[in-house]
Ligand binder design. Structure first.
Ligand code: NAD
Length: 428
């Protein structure tokens, strides 16, 4: 069966083929450590009882407590959550954070719920999983369709259960509930720092770089907004309803402002307006956006957007993976052979978890930093890891993804080895 998880593991096998790594370690990274499935009963506003399916997969905790977001989406299933937990494991290692990887989710279209139903569902998820998460065990955060408001409800539910204030149990919280300055924009900002470092290494000027962005949510919007400020030209944007194009460039901030003010928010959180409501621009489909003749194609929506079926249509010179797993393993090989550079998700979108780590540190110490300090720490860390990965890829003529996996896996392997492998016991 060709599952998303098997596809994700292809990259791991590629990395293993370049490094001398114990068979024990290879076996350990094939399976998630713990998978928890829960049912979450929710009393709906009209009195009905609905039961939702929830998941938490803790993939590996060798390097520290597991860390990963919670997704609310109709397509959430065990295969998707397991794949996302695996990517989080690699990503935390790539970023050099003292965390393993996890992910959670609920199979739901949250836009169909009222705000109170959404709050009951979010709190129910924490009640069902309070025994498996914890500030030094597993620390959730926001992902697709979850945000700081939902993290605030979830943190408060956890405090009620354990009967103490533990803000370090969840990151991505509202600023007034001990969140970190800079967390909201961190994923987009980290992606921009990575792209800036890449164009610098190639002697390319941002001003001469045209970008198309698929996905105009938290990560895609902040990336597009900051990239425009840095001098890049954003020529196309899309969301789940479709896209828009302008050769003269788009203003992401203005478009987001229109999205938020022209429509009522569902559950006071979700905007069902679209970039397509901007009637003055040329309308394009999501499929068209992927085919644009641009310098950089930014994938900031969901997994499996560029696959073997549509990869031949990609004309961009560089793909920036802001989403997790947006390029399938088969498509990735084709892009590499066609000299299209893929800046990989496990590096590019690590800004979110890096600032989540900084939030966790602030919660643990009780010392809160200015936004400029958070941003400096984010930039230092992501640029340091990008530099190592770019050099490794260049020196060994590897794809940036394989270089990133080698870099991350070496850290995980080091930790597993210190805890004991067959060779360790035989030689010891
Ligand atoms: P979000 O819910 O805020 O936004 C998702 C956006 O994608 C929405 O604009 C939606 O309309 C759009 N979309 C959905 N399907 C689409 C399609 N087929 N074509 C075009 N657009 C489509 O979610 P987010 O938090 O921005 O997450 C986006 C991706 O980034 C996910 O893969 C997530 O795992 C990853 N990510 C997010 C964070 C974070 O801090 N938010 C951190 C790391 C990685």
């Amino acid at each position: 069966m060709n599952t998303l998880f098997l596809d994700a593991q292809t990259h791991l096998k590629a990395a293993f083929s370049y490094i001398d790594i114990s068979e024990d370690i290879q076996k350990r990274l094939k399976y998630p450590k713990k998978t928890t499935l829960v049912s979450i009963p929710v009393r709906m506003d009209d009195g009905r009882l609905e039961v939702f399916e929830g998941y938490r997969v803790q993939f590996d905790n060798t390097r520290g407590p597991t860390k990963g977001g919670i997704r609310f989406h109709p397509s959430v299933d065990l295969d998707e959550v397991t794949s996302l937990s695996f990517w989080m494991t690699i990503k935390c290692a790539v970023a050099g954070l003292p965390f393993g990887g996890a992910k959670g989710g609920i199979t739901v279209d949250p836009k169909t719920l009222s705000r109170l139903e959404l709050e009951r569902l979010s709190r129910g998820y924490i009640r069902a999983l309070a025994d498996v998460i914890g500030p030094n065990r597993d620390i959730p955060a926001p992902d697709v369709n979850t945000n700081s408001t939902i993290m605030g409800w979830m943190a408060e539910e956890y405090f009620e259960i354990v009967r103490e204030q533990r803000p370090d149990v969840i990151t991505g919280k509202p600023i007034h509930l001990n969140g970190s300055l800079g967390r909201e924009a961190a994923t987009g900002k980290g992606a921009l720092y990575t792209l800036l470092h890449w164009v610098k290494s190639q002697n390319i000027e941002p001003e001469n770089t045209r970008i198309a962005v698929q996905g105009f949510g938290n990560a895609g919007f902040h990336f597009a907004r900051l990239a425009k400020q840095a001098g890049f030209k954003i020529v196309a944007l899309s969301d789940s309803r479709g896209g828009i194009y302008s050769e003269d460039g788009l203003d992401p901030e203005r478009i987001m402002h229109h999205k938020k003010t022209r429509h009522e928010l569902k559950a006071m959180l979700y905007c069902d307006a679209s970039v397509c409501d901007e009637a003055e621009y040329k309308q394009i489909s999501n499929a068209d956006l992927l085919k644009q003749d641009v310098d950089v194609l930014v994938l900031a929506a969901l997994e499996n957007q560029v696959t073997e079926k549509n990869v031949a249509k990609v004309k961009a010179k560089v793909i920036l993976e802001v989403a997790n797993g947006p390029v399938s393993a088969g498509a990735d090989d084709i892009l590499f052979n066609n000299n299209i550079t893929v800046l990989p998700d496990v590096l590019v979108n690590a800004g979110g978890v890096i600032v989540s780590y900084l939030e966790w540190v602030q919660n643990k110490t009780g010392l809160y930093w200015e936004e400029s300090e958070v941003n400096e720490r984010l930039k230092f860390r992501i640029v340091r890891e990008a530099e190592t990965i770019f050099n490794l890829a260049r020196d060994k003529a590897l794809s940036l993804r394989t270089a990133a996996y080698i870099h991350g896996v070496a850290r995980i392997a080091g930790a597993i080895k210190e805890k004991g492998t067959r060779e360790y016991f035989q030689n010891g």
